[in-house]
Design a protein around this ligand. Structure first.
Ligand code: PBG
Ligand code: ZN
Length: 326
């Protein structure tokens, strides 16, 4: 046959395939999430997130110590507590589990460990909403004031990076200002810039005990029918001083990641969320597909779309099993 263009030429063997490969997934760009709870000597595997634990600060420090030997040096902490009230006071008091854990981690590991922490109120409000409720409404501006104090408390505890995931308007700017006034101008803000109202957060909400008591999160998280609106959020977070912009979830939102890639010079992160992780785990359990191959394929797709940083529950497994990242 008279075919000039034969794309199969460069697919002939692994060496050639590697030579022409366009995307490299890097393990050193992955961040491992952890759940920290009140108490001592607690380490419970989370129902619905196999291989992920809810741990008290003392136990978390040990787990992180072990994980650092595997090669993990960037982590994201989420708080879990039963101490909930209207104004989310436990989000920033001295007994907050994330604050306790961060203090210990930074004392022990210093700059060898990059500690980031989620900034949101849903684990701490009695309503389970990401903002505070005043007169039956989720009050944006009062929520932002509380979030800024929470971010400051986390920075004071030693967090290298704070990650607002609440989706209140103006929170990135308010956090930046609050941090700077107190001299934390080096604390990084990783903004959940385009965070969609998603069914894929299911396992996380059970893990963090943070489901809204009534209603849903559609009044603040984005509507998944919208694409252009994500660029508006991007523009606002850039203006307000975000250092890293994140898209969440990742897999059903690769178009948004790719739009970010074309519209910002900032580093782009993707959150490979709990439901995406557990879907892979459950499918692997049936024996119908290989867990490592699925995980690496998913993470590579996020990278190909334009994410350079990925938060993923798969990280520990990738390092433990030495899954080939291509
Ligand atoms: C808190 C928060 C959520 C996630 C990260 N931060 C849950 C939510 O918004 O309901 C989800 C992460 C995951 O599913 O892995 N706002
Ligand atoms: Zn929240």
């Amino acid at each position: 046959m008279d075919i000039v263009n034969r794309p199969r030429r460069t697919r002939r063997n692994q060496i050639v395939r590697n030579l022409v490969s366009e995307t490299t997934l890097r393990v050193d760009r992955l961040i491992q999430p952890y759940f920290v709870t009140d108490g001592e000597s607690i380490k419970d595997e989370i129902n619905g997130l196999p291989g992920i634990y809810r741990e008290s600060p003392d136990s978390l420090v040990k787990s992180v110590n072990d994980d650092m030997k595997l090669g993990i040096n960037k982590i994201m902490l989420f708080g879990v507590t039963d101490r909930k009230d209207q104004m989310a006071t436990s989000s920033m008091d001295e007994t907050n589990p994330v604050i306790l854990a961060t203090n210990e981690l930074k004392q022990k590991f210093g700059d060898d460990l990059f500690v980031s922490a989620d900034v949101c109120l849903c684990a701490y409000t009695d309503t389970g909403h990401c903002g505070v409720t005043v007169d039956d409404e989720i009050d944006n501006d009062r929520s932002v004031a509380v979030l800024a104090e929470m971010a400051l408390a986390l920075a004071e505890a030693g967090c290298d990076c704070v990650a607002p995931s609440d989706m209140m308007d103006g929170r990135v700017g308010a956090i930046r200002e609050r941090l700077d006034i107190e001299g934390f101008d080096d604390t990084i803000i990783l903004a959940y810039t385009a965070k969609y109202a998603s069914a894929y957060y299911g396992p996380f909400r059970e893990a963090a005990n943070s489901s809204p008591g009534k209603g849903d999160r559609k009044g603040y998280q984005m509507d998944y029918r919208n694409r252009t609106e994500a660029l508006r959020e991007l523009m606002l977070d850039e203006e307000e001083g975000a250092d890293i912009v994140m898209v969440k979830p990742a897999l059903a939102y690769l178009d948004i990641i790719s739009d970010f890639k074309r519209n910002t010079e900032l580093p782009i992160a993707a959150y490979n969320v709990s439901g995406e992780y557990t879907a892979v785990k459950l499918l692997a359990e049936t024996g119908l597909a290989d867990e490592g191959l699925m995980a690496i394929e998913n993470l590579t797709a996020m990278t190909r779309a334009g994410a350079s940083i990925i938060l993923t529950y798969h990280l520990r497994d990738i390092l433990t099993h030495g899954w080939h990242i291509g």
